[in-house]
Every structure is written in structure tokens, then in C-alpha cells.
Design a protein around this ligand. Structure first.
Ligand code: PXP
Length: 236
């Protein structure tokens, strides 16, 4: 079954609106796992505008499932991830000023750089995943870099889903087949929701994990966190 990793960055965003520690991201992570999440994802950014570096360390000891830290591999990020040693690191190419991740890696351009970093993480015993658009050459590039997994960037799928879901999923199915062929694990994320998740998970062969933040935490405002997590889990 596809694992659900809950991205709790939005909880940190609400907390940071007032300072202090309400709502607590540690408590959110504990509860997400209690309510059925198969993993916790965080995305620390250099300006610490949602998840702070302290959060990255504070969350680690309460993880009973799988800890996934995603982010741009700056020197500081690499050092912190290796010190914390999560189960998985997801490399994302976004610059410090973007609101949210908005593109997959241009792996062909950054191949040597990525290969070096991935080797470093692997030597530290951390599984690597690399955020990519559903393009065959990027999947092949991920393999050449030595990554264990890819994370398919699903914003385009989510945007086009309501108009023509078959057309929206087509490049992702091709990319997933290529990843399967190359022995790469498949994760996915960005704008997945109660509306589009079931179709995505049904159509993608061997989808290992989805990480979902914005829609799930928004749904939790109305449904409660436990119900929201259970509803997403049911779709998987
Ligand atoms: N994957 C990556 C690499 C991301 O940057 C994000 C957003 O932080 C997500 C998945 C989750 O996206 P969303 O918040 O839209 O569910």
C-alpha cells in the first residue's frame, strides 16, 4: 500500500504567526502518527519561516514511523540532515525566496553536483529521493545520480485533473513506468488532495509514498486531524 507522509509545515506556519509554541509541531507529529500517518515530512527553509532548524531536531525523537526531510541541499541543510539522520531526504531545487516548491530538478544540468550530495547522504545511511517533473530524461538522470527514489512533482497533474484527468495523469504513468524499469522507488507530492489522490494512486504503478501538506491540514480545519488523515488513508 502507498504510504501517507503528512507534511506539517503548515502547522509551523500557524505557530509562527504568533510566536510561542501553539500549535506545537511536535504534538502535531505525534498525533499524525497516532491517527494513522505512515510518516512525517518537513521542509525547513533557510529563513525558517515555517519549520525551524530547532523543529528539525525536536521532531526526530518522537518519530515512530518514517521521517522525511525535504529541502534545497545547501551546505547547512546537508550538515543538519546528516546530523539528524532521518529515514529519507528529498532534494528539492527551490531557491530561498519561493513560496513553495515550484519545479523539479534540471538533473542533466546538475548531475555531478547531485551525484556528489546523494553519495554523501547514502554513506550516512539516509535514503535519497529527488524531486522531478514527469519527464523521462529526468527519471533517467535520477538513476544516473544514484538516487534511491524519485518524487514526482504533481502540481501539473492537480491543476489539469478537473479538466481531463486521463490527459493529466498520462506523463506521470510514463514516468512511473520508466522509474519501475530502472528500479527507482516512486514518491509523489504537491497539491494532492481528497479530490485527486485516489485516481493518482490507482494509476501510478508501485507508488511507494505520497507526502501531503496543504490540502490535508486545510481539510483538518473542518474535519479534524484524525478524520482527515483517515480519509486520505482510505483513498490509498
Ligand atoms: N513535496 C515537496 C517537495 C514539497 O515541497 C511540498 C510542499 O512543501 C510537498 C511535497 C507537499 O505539497 P502540498 O503542501 O501541496 O501537499
Amino acid at each position: 500500500m502507498t504510504k501517507l507522509s503528512v507534511n506539517i509545515n503548515k502547522v509551523a506556519t500557524i505557530r509562527n504567526a504568533r510566536g510561542g509554541n501553539t500549535p506545537s509541531v511536535v504534538e502535531a507529529a505525534v498525533n499524525c502518527q497516532k491517527f494513522g500517518a505512515d510518516g512525517i515530512t518537513i521542509h525547513p527553509r533557510p529563513d525558517e519561516r515555517h519549520i525551524t532548524n530547532k523543529d528539525v531536531y525536536d521532531i526526530k525523537p518522537i518519530i515512530t514511523t518514517e521521517y522525511n526531510i525535504e529541502g534545497y541541499p545547501s551546505e547547512d541543510f546537508i550538515k543538519m540532515v546528516i546530523a539528524v539522520k532521518p529515514e529519507q531526504v528529498t532534494l528539492v531545487p527551490d531557491g530561498p525566496d519561493v513560496i513553495t516548491s515550484c519545479a523539479g530538478w534540471d538533473i542533466l544540468k546538475f548531475k555531478d553536483y547531485l551525484k556528489e550530495i546523494i553519495t554523501e547522504f547514502k554513506e550516512a545511511g539516509i535514503r535519497t529521493s529527488i524531486f522531478v517533473d514527469p519527464k523521462l530524461e529526468m527519471i533517467e538522470g535520477a538513476k544516473l545520480c544514484g538516487s534511491d527514489r524519485i518524487e514526482l512533482y504533481t502540481e501539473d497533474f492537480a491543476t489539469n485533473y478537473t479538466e481531463d484527468k486521463e490527459k493529466a495523469i498520462a506523463p506521470y504513468v510514463l514516468a512511473a513506468k520508466k522509474a519501475n524499469e530502472l528500479g527507482l522507488g516512486i514518491n509523489a507530492g504537491h497539491d494532492l488532495s481528497l479530490e485527486n489522490l485516489e485516481f493518482f494512486a490507482q494509476e501510478i504503478p508501485n507508488l511507494a509514498e505520497v507526502s501531503i501538506g496543504h490540502a490535508l491540514i486545510s481539510d483538518a480545519l473542518y474535519l479534524g486531524l484524525e478524520n482527515a488523515i483517515q480519509m486520505y488513508k482510505r483513498l490509498l
